[in-house]
Design a protein around this ligand. Structure first.
Ligand code: F0G
Length: 419
């Protein structure tokens, strides 16, 4: 295993506050965490990461939900609606048909606003409050906007969301709308929205809560911590592999960071770190391209298309954090067709697990990798399903059964059922 996954103790810089600081992943420049608003390195524009002088240990975790893991977070409490503690479902028929030793579904759609984004927002919005900013903003394929709107309103702050016009599922727009965000419908794709909102943030117009924000990813680490604890509780072992849908690659980066910190704390052996396995839609697969070509950088795709609108992203901003995560854990990345995504969405639905299309990509990807022999039949696997079925009611209705019109009398209904 590589150096990054080794147990080395970081040196605490003078900029640290209570043992916490921000560090550039490229040039290692360090910054005080809560003094100025900063998303990237002043010196080299590299991505920033939150660092701690004391990595977390399992015995420090107590309570339920994201804040159970405060020892792994930059604050002790946040703006909360009881996010986290999501189910790790057994899916015996799917496990059998995919053909692995064990398959569990970590259903992040069971969070308060119906996606994993809540885990990042409970931390990110609390940091925003600590920094004293008054306006929050994000670009979004939908779920981030729903979570930001909810957590922003809970914190009594103004929120601004930039959405690609016509490409956001109905449930998500409805959430952002009712929670009181100002919704700017941009004539362009998600990547264009992110370009604009980054410029607004750089001009000080708003505090950016996309996954470029290092504090948000701290909250998302708790997905990985819950999966590890869940596998230990149920099987007494760590999972061999975690399969997840990839858009901006924030979760991939966050899970990798969670595991690295446990390795640092001697809580997890480097060889026990689950293989991070990313799945993208064929029409938006720049990370898969980079993994397949063994490239150091990800090429931005200008044209992207997929029914899984949540991951309709051509420029994964967290790639510099996520590519090493996939490579150093021995994972991989794979793309799937929209048809395979819909099939997987139906498969999950037959087990009673309702997810939006992007989420089903994880299961579609696992099936493909199992068929190709990349995933072994002896593996214990967790698939991450990132958003709830009701996020995208149109996709669910299109993938499911059509309603059958019947007359309003029992005889007529019985006749219809016999036909
Ligand atoms: N699944 C769902 C349901 C998502 O909403 C997203 C991202 C992802 C997967 C990809 O996660 O970016 O960490 O690789 N949605 C963002 C949004 C872009 O705006 O809601 P990632």
């Amino acid at each position: 295993m590589s150096l990054r996954l080794s147990a080395t103790t970081p040196e605490t810089p003078t900029e640290a506050t209570d043992g916490t600081w921000l560090e550039c992943i490229e040039c290692a420049e360090s910054y005080a965490p809560f003094e100025d608003v900063r998303y990237t390195c002043d010196e080299c524009n590299g991505l920033l990461e939150v660092r701690y002088d004391e990595p977390p240990t399992f015995d420090e975790f107590e309570g339920e939900g994201v804040w159970r893991y405060d020892a792994a977070l930059p604050l002790e409490s946040g703006v909360t609606t009881q996010e986290g503690a999501t189910p790790l479902y057994e899916v015996p028929r799917l496990e059998e048909s995919v053909g692995v030793e064990a398959l569990r579904i970590k259903h992040e759609g069971m969070n308060p606003t119906g996606s994993f984004k809540d885990r990042g927002m409970t931390v990110g919005v609390a940091v925003a409050r600590k920094l004293g900013v008054d306006r929050l903003a994000c670009a979004s394929t939908g779920n981030t906007s729903a979570a930001l709107a909810a957590y922003g309103s809970r914190a009594d702050m103004e929120t601004l969301v930039l959405l690609p016009a016509g490409k956001v599922a109905a449930g998500k727009v409805a959430q952002a709308s009712l929670h009181g965000a100002r919704i700017l419908e941009v004539d362009g794709n998600f990547d264009a929205c992110l370009d604009v909102v980054q410029e607004l943030a750089e001009r000080g117009e708003a505090y950016l809560l996309n996954s470029l924000n290092p504090f948000r990813l701290e909250g998302q680490k708790t997905i990985g911590l819950e999966i590890l604890e869940g596998f230990q509780a149920d099987y007494g072992v760590w999972p061999d592999r975690i399969v997840l849908p990839v858009g901006n690659a924030g979760n991939t980066a966050a899970l990798y960071k969670a595991f690295r910190e446990l390795v640092q704390a001697d809580e997890l052996e480097p060889e026990d770190v689950p293989k991070l396995t990313g799945v993208q839609a064929e029409g938006a697969a720049p990370m898969v391209e980079a993994i397949e070509n063994d490239a150091d950088e990800v090429r931005r795709w200008e044209e992207v298309e997929t029914r899984a609108t949540a991951i309709r992203i051509g420029n994964p901003v967290n790639a510099p954090k996520a590519l090493p995560g996939i490579r150093e854990t021995g994972g991989t990345a794979v793309s799937v067709t929209d048809g395979e995504i819909t099939e997987a969405q139906r498969d999950l639905a037959t087990e009673g697990v309702g997810v939006e299309p992007a989420s089903a990509a994880s299961v579609a990807g696992l099936r493909k990798l199992r068929t190709e022999g990349v995933v072994g039949d002896d593996e214990r696997v967790a698939c991450l399903t990132t958003g709830h079925l009701l996020k995208d009611p149109d996709a669910a209705a299109a993938a499911g059964n059509d309603p059958e019109p019947v007359p309003a009398d029992t005889k007529g209904v019985l006749e219809h059922l016999e036909n």
